[in-house]
Design a protein around this ligand. Structure first.
Ligand code: CU
Length: 114
């Protein structure tokens, strides 16, 4: 028993300091805040363009935490065409986008009333 204890102690001391204190590389790229409630997972955006024919909407959006995407303007495919029917260019919205098989899918959108 004593020998085993001494050996373990010796091994832990033998580890270089960085191996004991440095977090895994993946943790270094995480943004602050946690991805938890679906309400907080909504992202703010503004409607720039709507194409009902192709079911696509261009949104200028803030950081999308669940996709680890920085703010930008980009095109989303709407999950349901009725989602776009109630929107117009210039509307401020909150939305949720998820990674689909054919690119990013807009799964939820609501107008922000001032
Ligand atoms: Cu984007």
């Amino acid at each position: 028993m004593k020998t085993l204890y001494s050996l373990t102690l010796l091994l832990s001391m033998a580890l270089p300091a960085w191996a004991q204190t440095t977090p895994p590389a993946s943790a270094a790229h995480q943004h602050g805040g946690s991805v938890t409630a679906s309400k907080s997972a909504l992202t703010a955006g503004e409607v720039k363009k709507i194409d009902l024919k192709t079911q696509k909407v261009t949104l200028q959006h803030g950081e999308i935490k669940n996709l680890a995407m920085p703010p930008m303007t980009m095109v989303f495919l709407a999950q349901d065409p009725s989602m776009l029917a109630k929107l117009k260019v210039g509307d401020k919205v909150r939305f949720r986008a998820e990674e689909g098989s054919a690119g990013l899918l807009l799964t939820y959108v609501e107008k922000v009333t001032p």
